[in-house]
Design a protein around this ligand. Structure first.
Ligand code: ZN
Length: 150
């Protein structure tokens, strides 16, 4: 029986660390992070939010709409972002009750580790916004750091 992961809350210093690469097997951690994300409830959760300063995040952009699509990103990198941007309100599980309007690219492409090699995915809409929010976490960046769009 494992205890559910506790979600770290700002200003916990682990949220400000630049995360290092994932080297070992994180299958169990990723599963526990998905459980914590669904329980929160949220659409994304990055490893530093559970106290692990490694380049790993999980997300499920559409489960709240009844279409579960759990995804795990190990050592993700941004390969491309769209020149088009959009503004929407974002919440962060580590900054409770403080939604913030943020401008981000409307689409992005990520590369990440999969068994057997590197994989690539193109995301748009909520999924792109969610992934870019989680990518920020891996560099110690929070929604508080983004300029509020006019
Ligand atoms: Zn967040």
């Amino acid at each position: 029986m494992t205890r559910p992961l506790a979600i770290r809350v700002h200003p916990d210093p682990v949220l400000r660390q630049a995360c290092g690469p994932v080297t070992g097997d994180v299958t169990g951690l990723a599963r526990a992070m998905l459980d914590a994300m669904y329980a929160a409830p949220g659409r994304g959760l990055a490893a530093p939010q559970v106290g692990e300063a490694i380049r790993l995040f999980v997300m499920d952009a559409h489960w709240k709409d009844g279409v579960p699509d759990p995804r795990v990103f190990v050592n993700p990198a941004i390969a491309w972002t769209s020149p088009d941007t959009g503004v929407a309100e974002e919440a962060c599980l580590s900054i409770p009750d403080t939604p913030r309007r943020i401008r981000r690219p409307v689409a992005c492409r990520l590369t990440f580790d999969r068994p057997g090699g590197r994989a690539e995915v193109t995301l748009d809409g909520i999924a792109a916004r969610c992934a870019l929010h989680e990518m920020d976490h891996l560099d110690g960046v929070l929604i508080l750091d983004h300029e509020v769009p006019a």
